[in-house]
Each structure stands twice: as structure tokens, then as C-alpha cells.
Write a protein that binds this ligand. Sequence first.
Ligand SMILES: NC(=O)c1ccc[n+]([C@@H]2O[C@H](COP(=O)([O-])OP(=O)(O)OC[C@H]3O[C@@H](n4cnc5c(N)ncnc54)[C@H](O)[C@@H]3O)[C@@H](O)[C@H]2O)c1
Length: 373
Amino acid sequence: MIIGVPKERREAEARVAATPDTVQRYVKEGHRVLVERGAGVGAAIPDAEFEAAGARLVDGGEALYGEAEVVLKVQRPVEEELAWLREGQLLVGMLDPHMHREQLEAYVARRVTAFALELLPRTTRAQAMDVLSSQANVAGYRAMLEAMTAYRRVVPMMMTAAGTIAAAKVFVVGAGVAGLQAIATARRMGAVVTATDVRPAAKQEIESLGARFVGFIPEDAATAGGYARPLTPEEQRKQREILADHIRGQDIVVTTAQVPGRRAPRIVTAEMVRGMRPGAVILDMAVETGGNVEGSRPGETVEVEGVTILGPRNLPSRVAPTASRLYARNLYNFLQLVVKRDAEAVSIDTADELVAATLLTRDGAVVHENFKS
Ligand SMILES: NC(=O)c1ccc[n+]([C@@H]2O[C@H](COP(=O)([O-])OP(=O)(O)OC[C@H]3O[C@@H](n4cnc5c(N)ncnc54)[C@H](O)[C@@H]3O)[C@@H](O)[C@H]2O)c1
């Protein structure tokens, strides 16, 4: 098969869907790999490294799409790329079909076989391909660093001849993949860390990282899939009552709470923000799905009475070399399901639950149950 890796064209996207390591693996398995010149620059991978790994460099996206049988992407294609897609081509990436259903029409019209990797189930078998986890992990790390940088005091306790500085108090809301990494990062920096979640398993995980749990666990708050359910108004009121008091004393708050397929829960209210000390920092990792923090804005920094609210977009791209390395391996592991060693054609086994869960379109039709209109 001919596998193509175009340069990512969306604004502020520095990641790339392959690395020299995965290129080498594909080549070893009998595939040819094309990499668009400059595709790895944002992830600190020079063209020469891709070439040394066995890839052929191609000038421009049109030429790459014109030749590749499999196109590996990080984000969904831009308009220009949609026009380059060809019949029968395999398109694999984080295609964001829930937010951008309209792109499915383009895949159908161009008779592309499109896979959206964020639809993979969170099962043990899918773990090595789980792009949501790999990217949330680096995002949680980066979020904590960004919040600590915006916080203009030092984080660890410092005992100096000029006096003792107390350790900063950090509170993490939501202890899924991103939140747990944020907690671990804050602990490494010497902060006094507390965290909350609504799933009982998360409480134990918070404590196993050496942080203290604050909040309450509503009954049956975890769904069978391991995600949180939305809280009832009464549960929300109770949560706010507990958190309002706690948040007042915090220096840094990082929020990561999400409920799949819904707007992110509003957890930190404007009143809680106003109750914090000047110089405190809040980073809302859920800003792009509606926000956990009242007043946060995507891609902006907002000041409220001396409290800084950060709403960074695309945190994984800010750790592009690491994020790309993990993402490229996720993609490689996923491709093992559909592109076999030395094969001339893809083999799509829809009886495989991982294939069925991610396959959006094929042979000019939407085939995914959730996206058939
Ligand atoms: N392959 C696997 O087995 C695998 C891989 C990754 C994740 N998981 C599991 O999937 C689950 C979800 O992980 P995720 O990081 O994608 O979660 P997520 O991004 O959907 O949500 C982030 C966190 O926010 C929490 N949350 C939601 N509403 C909240 C509220 N009102 N107040 C406080 N916290 C709230 C959630 O419980 C979750 O821990 C976890 O149980 C995780 O362990 C399993």
C-alpha cells in the first residue's frame, strides 16, 4: 500500500500523523510511505529524518493526495484537501464527526473510506490506539505547566535565608486521563494538590497520586462505559456548595470535566471566581466544549478582579513532538486492523468492533450507525 502523510493545514496545528519510527515500521511491512515536505517541522522532525527512515518526500499536498492510497491525518481535512480526496482512498484521523457532520458528505461524494479515531471504544484492546487518552495525557501535563507559568508566584515551598515561601495550593476538577496527569505534574512541582470528580474510581486514583479528594460522589455517577453522567440540579447544587468554599483558598485551579456527547458541565461559577485571591489562576481545559468555568473564552486570557482565566485551544499541539510521537503510534496500531503486511489492498472487517466503531463512510455512503441521517 502507499501511505501518505500530508502536512497538517489547520491553524495552530503543529502535530504530524507519522514519525520516523512509524515510517520505518510501515516500510518494513512492505508499504511505501510518502511524506509531504515540511510535514514534521512543527513537531521538530526534519524532512531528512523521514527520508532516512525510508519515506519519499513529496512537494505539496495535491501530489501527495494524488498518489497515496491511505492518508494519515491528525485533524480533519481543510476544504482544499477535501477536493484532493480520491475514490477508494482511506482517510484516518481525528475527524471530529460529531461537531463536523457536514464533512461526511464530502467523504461520501468522493467515495472515501473514512475512519474517525476518537470513536474508538475505551476498551483494553483499543488502548494502544486510544488517541483520546494519548492526547489528553500530554494536554493535562501542558495545562498544569501553563497555569503555573501564568501564576506569578513560585509553586514549591522554598525555605530561604530571606524567609519561607509556602507551597502553592492546586485544585484539579475532573480526574480522567487529563486530570490525573495534571495532578501528577502539580505533585512533581511540589504543590499541595486537591482534586474532585464524580466517579468513585476517580477518588481512589486521586488519592493514589498523593492528592486529597474534595467533593462528593453522587450515586451511580459512573456509567457502564466508565464515563460520568450529567449531575441532577440537586447534585449540582450540593457540589457547588462544597467546592465554593474550597476554591476560595486555591492558588491554581485546572478544570477538565467532560460528559461525552454533551456540553461540559459548568462547575466554577463567576461568584467562585470573584471569591479567589488576586493573582490566582484558573485554566479551563473544557473551554472548547462549553467550559467548566463561567467567563472562560476559547483561545483567550480573561482577567476578573485580579484572577486570570486561561482558555487555551489545542493543548496537545503545544507539546507537538511528544503528542505526535504518541499519536503516530496510536495510528500505526490502528492501521494493523485494516492494512495488512505486504497487502495490495485494504481489508475492512466490519465484524471487528474497533473497525465498526470508527468507520464513518465507505463506497459512497455513511455506514456508521450514529451518523446515518
Ligand atoms: N482503555 C481503557 O480502559 C481506558 C482508556 C482511557 C480512559 N478510560 C476511562 O474512561 C473514563 C473517562 O476518561 P476521560 O479522561 O476520557 O474522561 P472525560 O474527558 O470524559 O472527563 C474527564 C473527567 O471529568 C469527570 N467529570 C464529569 N462530570 C463531572 C462533574 N460534574 N464534576 C466533576 N468531574 C466530572 C469525569 O468523571 C472524568 O473523570 C475514565 O474512567 C478512564 O479511566 C479507560
